[in-house]
Design a protein around this ligand. Sequence first.
Ligand SMILES: Cc1cc2nc3c(=O)[nH]c(=O)nc-3n(C[C@H](O)[C@H](O)[C@H](O)COP(=O)(O)OP(=O)(O)OC[C@H]3O[C@@H](n4cnc5c(N)ncnc54)[C@H](O)[C@@H]3O)c2cc1C
Length: 354
Amino acid sequence: MIVIERDAAANGASIRNFGFITVTGQQAGQCWQRAMRSRDVWAEVAPKAGIRIEHTGLCVAARRPEARRVLEAFKATDMGRDCEMITPETAAARIPALRQQSIVGALWSPHELRVESREAIPKLASWLEKSQGVSFLRSALVKDVRPPAIETTRGTVHAEAVVVCPGHDFQTLFPERIAAYGLTTCKLHMMRVQPAKAAPGLGTAVMSDLGLVRYLGYAELPEAQALMTRLRAEQKPHLDHGVHLIVVQSADGSLVVGDSHHYGETLDPFAPKLVDDLILDEFDTVLDLPGRTVSETWTGTYASASDRLMLVDRPLDSVRIVMITSGTGASTSFAIAEEVIADLFGSVSQGTPT
Ligand SMILES: Cc1cc2nc3c(=O)[nH]c(=O)nc-3n(C[C@H](O)[C@H](O)[C@H](O)COP(=O)(O)OP(=O)(O)OC[C@H]3O[C@@H](n4cnc5c(N)ncnc54)[C@H](O)[C@@H]3O)c2cc1C
């Protein structure tokens, strides 16, 4: 097996995300199930690959009664079975940095894992290379895929079957097939926040009301309508810039904080401070971390579709194009990979090119 990558090292969405393997909040049904399965694969693979699990679980802090009602409705679904509704006092006892006065309740989920993506992805590649017999051909652009030949800028590679995972590159491989899905791209602002030296650790991921109208596992509940109405009245600039709050912690105590969502065919390269300020506004409303500073900012991009979270296209019997068209790839892609490999190798054994 060989992985072909045009860059010298992973540099795309997979190292720019939160490293937050999220189960609670994923869309009910297949996405939630894939997230649960992918979480289990991460838990199995991480220790073998020397990847540290930075923390587990998730606290969704409700700032408004409308948000608490969404969380209560979520708790009543099958997906909420292992979650817990907790009071502001309990939430603040578990996460001392939470502003108890700002919240009216919280949902506690046990399912999530957090890894440090920029370290985890290279470690995963190194483990695959050293102990799983996978080769990596880096700094090699794939120009054409016609199994058994894959043409790259570093020569021809032979393979029985190919999975094309181009991220948000819609133009290099199978551009007409990809164009048929009417995809666009999404740009996200991210930052690293340094709490003051004596600040207490979070110990888990933190989200808030704004996430409840973005994450489909909550947003598709009828109770989310009332929350959306109130957010439109009270936090319109946040909604206009697609801002919601995710906070996760790294081993050194720093926090990865985001994010925003801007959509377009060709996204500009600019990262206005206004957007970061909106993210930090929500951060400071939920968390009390005086003296915090921003030590790093970056943007990330992913493929986006209005009608699907991911796609698997079959240009040839022995080729699949697999694209995550939403911000769910860190949480679901191990399960999707298992499905694609099972499907592909089933069909390759009978394969006739089309
Ligand atoms: C800021 C941000 C936050 C996110 N937060 C979350 C989150 O909280 N939870 C979650 O589950 N998901 C999250 N995501 C989404 C998740 O990161 C993506 O869905 C996932 O990383 C997509 O993986 P990928 O391998 O398809 O794309 P990428 O990681 O972008 O990798 C695609 C790779 O393909 C290579 N490539 C493309 N074309 C060619 C070619 N022709 N030849 C050779 N190489 C090629 C590129 O160089 C690139 O390395 C987030 C994404 C971003 C950007």
